[in-house]
Ligand binder design. Structure first.
Ligand code: ADP
Length: 303
C-alpha cells in the first residue's frame, strides 16, 4: 500500500450527549430527555473528513482497550482511514466528552482526555521516521510536546484548536496555521472582524515565522495571508446551515488533503470552504462530513 498523503496526529474522543430541559446546577441531579453517543475528537474528525473525500489518510492517536475505543476505530475504518499508527492503551480509558445540551441549544462540556495523553513525542518521532507523508496535520488536543515533535515533518499544518499559548519554535515550523476567529484573537490579540483586521492578525503570525495563515470565519468563509503575497478573502458558498459542529474539522481535513495532492493554496482553500459549508448542512461531527461526490456537486469547476 502507498503511504498516505496526509498523516493526522491527534485526538479521538467518544462524545456522550445528554439532552435536558436545562443545565443542572452544582450538586443537582435532573432527569434528561435524551442521550446519544458520537465518535469525535478533532484529530479523528479531520481524518474522517479526508477519508470521506477519498483522500489517502492515516491517523496516529491512542484510544483505550475498551468498547469506546472499538467504536472510534470502527468509525475511522469505515471512512477509509489507515489505522496502522492507532495504538491502544492497556490501562488508560478512551478519551471521552460529556456534553449536556439544554432545550435552547446551550451546552456545558467536560472532556476527559484519557488515552489521548499517551500520544508522546517519542512515538511521534518513531512514526515520522518510519513513513513519509506529504503533509502532517495536528490540532491541540494531544500533549504539546508531541505536537512540537510532529512539527518537524516536512510540511506541517497546525489547526491551533483549542487555543493555547504556543512556543515560538512551533509557529516557525508551520507551513500553514488555521485558527478560527476566537483562536486568532487569542493568538494575536486582534479580533479578526474585518478583512483589514484579518490581514493585520495574519501578518503578526507571519512575523513569528508561520508561512501561511488561513483564518476561518464561519459563514463568511476564510482569509489567507501569506509570506509570498498579501491577504485574500475567500467567501464560503451559501448553504442552509443547521449544525456547525466540526465545520472547522471538515475545513482542515480538506485543506490538508488538497494541498497534499498538489493543488495550489487558493484552490485548496476554496474547496475547503465548500467542504466546511457542506458539513454544516447535516447534524453531528463525523456523521456530517461530505463525500467527494457531494463536494464535486457543490464545487463545480473549482474541483
Ligand atoms: P470552527 O468550527 O473551527 O469554529 P468555522 O466556524 O470558522 O470553524 O468554520 C470553518 C469553515 O466552515 C469556514 O471557514 C467555512 O468555510 C465553513 N462554514 C462554517 N459555517 C458556515 C456557514 N454557516 N455557511 C457556510 N460555510 C460555513
Amino acid at each position: 500500500m502507498n503511504s498516505a498523503a496526509v498523516l493526522v496526529i491527534g485526538s479521538a474522543n467518544l462524545d456522550m450527549v445528554f439532552q435536558c430541559d436545562r443545565i443542572p446546577k452544582p450538586g443537582e441531579t435532573i432527569l434528561g430527555t435524551g442521550f446519544s453517543t458520537h465518535p469525535g475528537g478533532k484529530g479523528a474528525n479531520q481524518a474522517v473528513a479526508i477519508g470521506r473525500l477519498d483522500g489517502r489518510v492515516a491517523f496516529m492517536g491512542c484510544v483505550g482497550s475498551d468498547a469506546f475505543g472499538d467504536s472510534l476505530a470502527d468509525s475511522l475504518r469505515q471512512a477509509g482511514v489507515d489505522l496502522k499508527w492507532l495504538s491502544r492503551s492497556p490501562d488508560i480509558p478512551t478519551g471521552t466528552a460529556s456534553i449536556v445540551v439544554d432545550s435552547s441549544g446551550m451546552n456545558s462540556i467536560v472532556v476527559a482526555p484519557g488515552a489521548n495523553g499517551c500520544v508522546t513525542s517519542e512515538r511521534v518521532e518513531a512514526v515520522l521516521s518510519e513513513a513519509a507523508h506529504e503533509v502532517v496535520l495536528c490540532q491541540l488536543e494531544i500533549p504539546l510536546d508531541a505536537v512540537e515533535q510532529a512539527s518537524k515533518a516536512a510540511t506541517f499544518i497546525l489547526n491551533p484548536a483549542p487555543a493555547c499559548p504556543l512556543p515560538e519554535g512551533l509557529l516557525a515550523r508551520c507551513a500553514v496555521i488555521t485558527p478560527n476567529e476566537s483562536e486568532t484573537a487569542m493568538l494575536t490579540g486582534i479580533d479578526p472582524a474585518t478583512n483589514e483586521d484579518c490581514l493585520r492578525a495574519g501578518k503578526s503570525l507571519l512575523d513569528r515565522g508561520v508561512k501561511n495563515v488561513v483564518i476561518t470565519r464561519g459563514a463568511q468563509g476564510s482569509y489567507w495571508v501569506s509570506s509570498a503575497g498579501g491577504g485574500r478573502s475567500f467567501p464560503a458558498p451559501f448553504v442552509s446551515a443547521i449544525d456547525t459542529t466540526a465545520a472547522g474539522d471538515a475545513f482542515n481535513g480538506a485543506l490538508a488533503v488538497f494541498l497534499a495532492e498538489g493543488r495550489d493554496m487558493a484552490n485548496a482553500i476554496a474547496l475547503a470552504n465548500c467542504v466546511g459549508a457542506l458539513s454544516t448542512t447535516k447534524r453531528g461531527a463525523q456523521e456530517s462530513m461530505p463525500t467527494l461526490l457531494e463536494l464535486k456537486h457543490l464545487a463545480g469547476d473549482l474541483y
